[in-house]
Ligand binder design. Structure first.
Ligand SMILES: [Zn+2]
Length: 1015
């Protein structure tokens, strides 16, 4: 006998019986009801006497129907007949949902099931299109008509009128993108059946107006993960506690396979599910886009209108129509006596959520948040028992109401849809006189992704056939310029195009809150010490990818429409003179593909050196961080492995016949090349690591770079033989402190014998920087308030190091160091950071610099920041210390919710290979880390006056984060500790800083940590 199977079967039955008992009192306690609602409740009371026999599929049951009064075609099988027990009395698996949909479609001429992609775990993504038999048969014609409205540039008035009058509108209904918010996917079956089988006018009339497209299960991998936990956590006795196993265990069911939050991925398409969905949705040109979620179990139901702030360029039609959709949905809920609310949270600032993305395609985007019961019945604070079937019913009724609103207003909504698209392509619309320009060449890998990302969302991109001038230029990193000559080959995205709203919202460098929203946010922070911001306040992909992008006035340029960048050359470039012996192979370190090549090459047994200076080989210049493979150090079949790896990594490899440099740069056999070692990577997983922070690191290392990754259970670090790893990554999480403390000695020993320990984010970095661990000298700002002034001096020295020419006359004159220093004191104190940024320690060993520094700079005056003045006076005085702490605590209240900041890069460090002199970084929270030599800080946030690039950064927060460390590297014995103040690979968006993490993991063993010498 299969014990768990029996439990699984028994639990929903018991739960159902229990909920039935509760149905009676609840119904009688309800508000005065309309006739139909009362009928439904009486059906519910009848149901309370029922036992649903398993195996009978509930056919004999009398569960209240979701849509009372509708008649159905008996030939189309009901969900209850197709599932192992009645719909909503259990949580259906992805394969059960798909099988049921296909069985219905087999019997209904109105319904078509269309696969459109696969998940990482290989599960099928399907949508279901439902309409009149004619519409379904002619789906391509329906779509072609709507496509003409979407791009009205060639559409004449008569044709537009014909389409608006005759075409059905499209409703795109999408469910459970967060896999553990399960009720939506079950409700999809109720809706599919309703529209596919309904024979009464309430259904047939709607279908004359609307084609309903259902994306029933947006996150099958997440759903299956949580369902296995539901089932494994179930017992024989029903439990109404909202905190039962229904919540699941780490890593829960929210994310997809790599634990990405796909409700944040729409703008980016980092995941295959998103990319497949782009194509599917865009092929339908929907006018309604529903995204159904769940929230806390004790809550009710939230839907739109949404709340402010609204992102600039937010389509007006959506805001206008929210009122009608919201009113109708409210009425549908009122008829049933259900609680709900709108506008209280879920702002419309970050535009890359599912519903916002739908809105930016031209649909009316609507979010649902149903209270989450985790597939069971739960007792609410009032004593009311809410069942999973209730949750499923709420979702279904909500969607039906929305589809009915669309049907009722079809023509007007289509007219508004067309009007918005006409505005998108008109010359007069605000902002349509601008264009975005990307100059390729900074980083080919990211440029390819950037173009694919835009093209995948239907955004038109052109390549300039000739050089042209841009006027009134706003550059991504270098401010405004009147006139810039852009080279031929530059990529152009006109604001004036069918996807205009998307182009403007996605690519805006610095969208800003309106004044009302700013004041409300400030008030909330000052009075309640909490932010109303629902998600990040900045997202610019140009900055996230660190590309050379600008906005300028639109110009008519000779151009070609492109869907992708031309395939770039890859593979081995042979020696110019055939027959010469090969000394080695060289890969340019500029592009991200170099790290992929190094990782995969080492996996394949290649011995790879990484350069710490630019060099020249095979007649070409190579940047610092480029790779060298010497033939003599590699296996006999190296040439074949190199060729294979180059192909897989998408890079070019250049053969060279000599180690001799043709110029003054290093020869290839010398000390500017360091042998790196195959990374054996462990990544801390399990609580208290954030699931998504773990997933983002895992995805980068595994799916993108191609490294095997061991998930090291954070709760069991002590049980691992850490010697088997030479890289240990700690993704972000809170509450890591005690866990790391318990294992501090093991970690120290491991680092000192050559390990590379990497913390990815404020929580992880703060835990590792705890002085008790003796792993790092980096300090959290709040623990070093008495030293801010001294540290400010160190930062200034670091910035100026190597930039000031030696005053030889003064030096040889024999004047004292203090006289020499005071001579240039004024200029030093007033010095603004160089626009190019980038401190140069110039040597491999930062501590030598520290020593040098302190002998020449002893008399420098500290830079006076307001904060330093307040916190440093009379240090040691208790009340001053308390004042400083109080002030810092107040400042932390204003910590940013997700902004893009400017960081200065030390190009001499191996970890910054492939980075420019400045780097936009993602920053969130209060993590302000202070560092000084001998801690090396290859990436440091810029000074206060230039640190903010995008997003809401209050002055208090700006002062706290300016000049703080973003990435630090500290040698410890043979190993090293690397800290990132914020997650460098946040959501897979920030490819600029992800490169730092890639370098740290792949080059770290060898470049920064000595590996044991074999013999
Ligand atoms: Zn959700």
């Amino acid at each position: 006998m299969s014990f768990p199977r029996e439990i699984r079967r028994a639990i929903p039955l018991l739960t159902f019986l229990l909920l039935s008992c509760a149905a009676g009192p609840r119904a009688s306690a309800g508000p005065a009801q309309s006739g139909s609602a009362a009928r439904e409740d009486s059906a519910r009371r009848e149901a309370s006497d029922l036992v649903i026999p398993f195996g009978d599929s509930g056919k004999g049951g009398k569960l209240a129907p979701f849509f009372a009064g509708t008649t159905y075609d008996p030939d189309v099988p009901t969900p209850d007949a197709l599932l192992r027990q009645p719909l909503g009395t259990f949580t259906a698996h992805h394969h059960e949902i798909l099988a049921a949909l296909r069985a219905m479609a087999a019997k209904s001429p109105r319904m078509k099931v269309v696969p459109f992609g696969r998940t990482h775990e290989g599960r099928e993504l399907v949508y279901v299109a439902i309409g009149t038999p004619e519409h379904v048969r002619d789906l391509d014609r329906v779509r072609a008509d709507l496509a003409k409205l979407t791009d009205p540039r060639a559409l004449d008035g008569a044709e537009a009128d014909r389409i608006v009058k005759s075409s059905p509108a499209v409703a795109w209904l999408a469910y459970s993108i967060h896999g553990d918010e399960t009720s939506g996917s079950d409700s999809a079956l109720a809706l599919a059946y309703h529209f596919a089988a309904g024979t009464s006018a309430d259904v047939t009339d709607v279908l004359k107006q609307v084609v309903v497209v259902i994306d029933p299960c947006q996150n099958p991998d997440g759903r299956e993960r949580i369902l296995s936990q539901f089932e494994q956590g179930a017992g024989y006795v029903p439990n109404l506690d909202v905190d039962t196993m229904g919540r699941g265990r780490w890593p829960y069911g929210r994310g997809n396979h790599y634990l990405f939050d796909m409700n944040r991925d729409w703008m980016w398409g980092t995941q295959p599910e998103t990319r497949a969905r782009w194509a599917a949705v865009l092929s339908f040109h929907p006018q309604l886009f529903v995204d159904a979620h769940e929230m806390g179990a004790l809550d009710t139901f939230l839907f739109y209108p949404a709340t402010d702030p609204f992102t600039p360029h937010f389509p007006e039609a959506t805001r206008k129509w929210w009122k009608s959709f919201g009113d109708d949905q409210g009425s549908a809920f009122d008829r049933r006596g259900w609680s709900y609310y709108t506008r209280e949270w879920a702002d419309s600032w970050y535009p890359g959520y599912s519903d916002s993305w739908g809105t930016f395609t031209g649909a009316v985007g609507i979010l649902y948040e149903q209270a989450r019961y985790g597939g069971q019945a739960v007792k609410r604070a009032s004593g009311e028992v809410a069942t999973y079937r209730d949750a499923v019913e709420h979702q279904a009724v909500a969607s039906l109401a929305n589809v009915q609103t669309l049907a009722k207003n079809r023509e007007e909504i289509l007219r508004d849809y067309l009007a918005a698209k006409r505005k998108n392509v008109s010359a007069e619309a605000p902002g349509n006189d601008r264009m975005f320009v990307l100059v390729p060449g900074k980083n080919v890998d990211r440029e390819e992704r950037f173009v694919a990302m835009l093209a995948g969302q239907g955004i038109e991109i052109h390549r300039a056939d000739a050089a042209f001038h841009g006027r009134k230029v706003q550059t991504a990193m270098a401010g405004a310029k009147d006139d810039v000559e852009f080279p031929a080959g530059s990529l152009i995205v006109y604001a004036r195009q069918p996807q205009s709203s998307m182009v403007k919202a996605w690519l805006d460098f610095d969208p800003r809150y309106d004044e009302g929203s700013l004041n409300r946010e400030r008030k909330e922070l000052e009075r309640k010490q909490r932010s109303k911001a629902y998600d990040v306040t900045a997202w610019s992909p140009v900055h996230a990818f660190d590309l050379d992008g600008s906005w300028c006035d639109a110009a008519d340029v000779a151009k070609t429409l492109v869907r992708a960048l031309p395939a770039r050359p890859r593979g081995v470039v042979p020696l110019s003179k055939a027959g010469e012996p090969v000394y080695g192979w060289v890969v340019d370190g500029k592009n991200d593909g170099a790290v992929v090549f190094a990782a995969r090459g080492m996996e394949a047994g290649l011995q790879i050196q990484v350069s710490d200076e630019p060099f020249t080989a095979a007649g070409k210049p190579f940047v610092a961080g480029s790779l060298l493979l010497r033939r003599a150090e590699n296996p006999a079949d190296a040439a074949a492995i190199v060729a294979r790896t180059a192909e897989a990594a998408g890079v070019q490899v250049f053969e060279t016949s000599t180690a001799r440099s043709p110029d003054e740069r290093p020869d290839l056999g010398g000390q500017h090349f360091r042998l790196i070692a195959r990374p054996r990577v462990g990544v801390l997983a399990n609580s208290p690591i954030d699931t998504d922070a773990f997933g983002h690191v895992w995805h980068l290392l595994d799916a993108e770079i191609g490294l095997p990754v061991t998930q090291v259970d954070a709760q069991q670090i002590g049980s691992y033989d850490l010697r088997r790893y030479n890289v240990l990554v700690v993704p972000d999480g809170s509450g890591l402190g005690s866990l790391l403390k318990d294992n501090a000695e093991d970690l120290r020993t491991w680092v000192r014998s050559g390990g590379t320990l990497i913390a990815c984010g404020g929580g992880a970095a703060a835990a590792l920087a705890d002085p008790e661990l003796k792993l790092s000298k980096v300090r959290l700002r709040e623990s070093a308030l008495g030293e801010l002034e001294k540290l400010a001096v160190s930062v200034r020295r670091e910035r100026e190091a190597g930039k000031k020419p030696v005053d030889a006359d003064l030096l040889w004159s024999g004047k004292s160091a203090s006289e020499a220093a005071s001579a240039d004191d004024e200029s030093a104190t007033d010095a603004k950071p160089d626009a190019k940024g980038g401190a140069k320690d110039g040597t491999k060993d930062g501590s030598k610099d520290a020593a040098k520094d302190s002998t020449t700079d002893t008399a420098e005056k500290p830079a006076k920041t307001a904060d330093a003045e307040k916190s440093s006076a009379k240090s040691g005085d208790k009340s001053d210390k308390e004042d400083a702490e109080r002030r810092d605590r107040w400042m932390r209240t204003f910590s940013p919710r997700g902004v893009i900041l400017r960081a200065e890069v030390n190009p001499d460090s191996w970890i910054t290979a492939g980075c420019g002199e400045e780097l936009p970084v993602y920053f969130e929270g209060s993590s302000s880390f202070l560092s000084e030599l001998p801690v090396r800080t290859p990436v440091r946030l810029a000074a206060a006056d230039r640190v903010r690039i995008a997003g809401l950064l209050w002055p208090e927060a700006r002062e706290r984060v300016a000049d703080s460390a973003y990435c630090t590297v500290e040698g410890q014995g043979a190993g090293q500790v690397i800290l990132f103040a914020c997650p460098p690979t946040f959501r897979g968006w920030f490819r600029g800083t992800a490169r730092l993490l890639a370098n740290a993991v792949v080059y770290g063993p060898g470049a920064g940590a000595r590996q044991p010498l074999g013999w």
